[in-house]
Design a protein around this ligand. Sequence first.
Ligand code: FE
Ligand code: ZN
Ligand code: FE
Length: 208
Amino acid sequence: MADTKTLHDAFIDELRDAYDAEKQLVKALPKMARAASSDELRDAFVSHLEETRGQLERLEQVFASLDEKVRGKHCDGMAGILEEGKSIMEGGFDDATMDACLIAAGQRAEHYEMAAYGTLVAWANVMGHTEAARLLEGILNQEKAADEALSALAESGINEAAAGGDDEDDEDDDEEPPTPKPAKPSATKSARGSKTTQSGGSSQKSKK
Ligand code: FE
Ligand code: ZN
Ligand code: FE
């Protein structure tokens, strides 16, 4: 019988999973950007796409620091999240609602990544892989920032526009609310989610 596998084996597995998840996102983010009506939301997806490409490079450096070959292993979790995102994009929503839904889908992906990288950082540290831990923490911080940027967009007018959108279903492509209301941080509860910590706690508990 083969040797029992160790935390290091699990760590390498999770790294491959994360590498594959990032590759899936490199394919999905351009579609999400195209589906967005808000310029700011589109920009957020495009800039996170650039970051995601950089994350693939950082992960390659992580593999190198461990003397491991760069390899991905299909990430079912991200595939499922993106599959749901695809249904949203085919869901026939009005522009403003679509933007709110794209944010919701994007945040699901970011939270999934935050969970994965939080674990990877902790495991790298406990095994003394300091270079890997440093690189992975850099990625984790980008995911957190991306999540927070999406929350900010949701709360700066996109959720309100979605909530107020009746049948304004005309052809105005890049319609933006010209004066987004800066106050009112409480449009809907669903697109919030920035206050998560890494300790495996639940996401949406930030406020009571
Ligand atoms: Fe990522
Ligand atoms: Zn996965
Ligand atoms: Fe991300």
